[in-house]
Design a protein around this ligand. Structure first.
Ligand code: HEM
Ligand SMILES: *[C@@H]1O[C@H](CO)[C@@H](O)[C@H](O)[C@H]1NC(C)=O
Length: 324
């Protein structure tokens, strides 16, 4: 019996070593080395969201901005140190992306239970799943085994890889296509804009200068976002005018009545043309389950963009710093 268990452990260890070396992500990656991981992340995300419900949205966006720049390798979490200016300082991130302290808190809890084994990239991926779920969205199994970057991208590389708020639908399709994501994935992932907020500077031209927008909605948003920069640049407005912090298909319902907040949002329902995503927007707006199912498929794909596995990268002790 003793030796049977011993051999079983041996083969299990061998199998795990090989699957790690093959570099595939797996839902059981930390089953032996950190069995409490998902509970810690869930508990700590519950605490964070109880304090500030928007944090569920902010962490989801943090994961997206990580994955689109060098892959899901927690490179966005690296602080600017020693003269290296990284992703945090990139235009789409600075004074905009939030939630870094929440990841620090989760990482500290995880390190105290299982020191040195769980990557910041995996923690962020789990936290984004939990943020989605805790705001009322779908849940899914997260494949794990990502490792952490040892260097961030430059602000310019980050800027080039993150789609801007003034993108056309064609540009959105290209930006997501560059990451191996289909137009359908892009349309489903954009539904994340059913939660959270944007700053006036990112939707000013859409509400003041454009015509593909509901007039009463434009007036509502104009009331807190003055026409001329820099007045009110940082003023926040919710993406979803109906249910601001509930993860549902409200985003698509809004687009169908031209109440998208960003130019890029409304581009998904822009009155037709060969690259129109309007048919899909109509389907999602009428079928929450279809949206959730497609969102999960696309989140799994996004979460595996450019991952470091096997012996690549490292397991950072502190998500803000490369190990000494
Ligand atoms: C399709 C291209 C996309 C563009 C152009 C875009 C652009 C933006 C912009 C401009 C903001 C507001 C930032 C600010 O004003 O500080 C924002 C917020 C947000 N984005 Fe996106 N985004 C896109 C796709 C995504 C995707 C794929 C996700 C996640 C799956 C996502 C999740 C979020 C969330 C949750 C927020 C609100 C964050 C908060 O309230 O803290 N976005 N996005
Ligand atoms: C994080 O989770 C752990 C394990 O559930 C718990 O002991 C700790 O108090 C939590 N911290 C916060 C801030 O929720």
């Amino acid at each position: 019996m003793e030796s049977f268990t011993g051999w079983r452990c041996f083969f299990l260890a061998l199998f795990l070593a090989f699957s790690a070396a093959r570099g595939q992500l797996s839902t059981t990656f930390y089953a032996n080395t950190c069995p409490g991981l998902s509970q810690i992340v869930r508990d700590n995300m519950t605490t964070a969201i109880a304090k500030d419900r928007r944090m569920g949205a902010s962490i989801l966006r943090l994961h997206f901005h990580d994955c689109f720049v060098l892959g899901c390798d927690a490179s966005i979490l690296l602080d600017d140190v020693g003269g290296v200016v990284g992703e945090k300082s990139a235009i789409p991130n600075v004074n905009s992306v939030r939630g870094y302290e929440v990841i620090d808190t989760i990482k500290a809890s995880v390190e105290s239970s299982c020191p040195g084994v769980v990557s910041c990239a995996d923690i962020l991926t789990l936290a984004a799943r939990d943020g989605t779920f805790l705001l009322g969205g779908p849940s899914w199994d997260v494949a794990l085994g990502r490792r952490d970057a040892t260097t961030p991208a430059s602000p310019n590389v980050a800027l080039q890889n993150l789609p801007p708020f003034f993108a056309s639908v064609g540009e959105l399709i290209t930006a997501f296509g560059n990451k191996g994501l289909t137009p359908r994935d892009m349309t489903a992932l954009s539904g994340a804009h059913t939660v959270g907020s944007a700053q006036c500077m990112n939707f000013r031209d859409h509400i003041w200068k454009e015509t593909n927008i509901d007039v009463s909605f434009a007036n509502l948003r104009r009331s807190t976002c003055p026409a001329t920069a820099p007045n009110g640049d940082g003023n926040l407005a919710p993406f979803d005018v109906q249910t601001e912090l509930v993860f549902d298909n409200g985003y698509y319902k809004n687009l169908a009545v031209r109440k998208g907040l960003l130019h890029s949002d409304q581009e998904l329902y822009n009155g037709g043309g060969p690259q129109s995503q309007a048919a899909l927007v109509n389907q999602y707006s009428n079928n929450n389950k279809l949206f959730f199912d497609d969102f999960v498929v696309a989140m799994k794909k996004m979460g595996s963009i450019g991952t470091l596995t096997g012996n690549a990268g490292q397991i950072r002790r502190n998500c803000r710093l490369v190990n000494p």
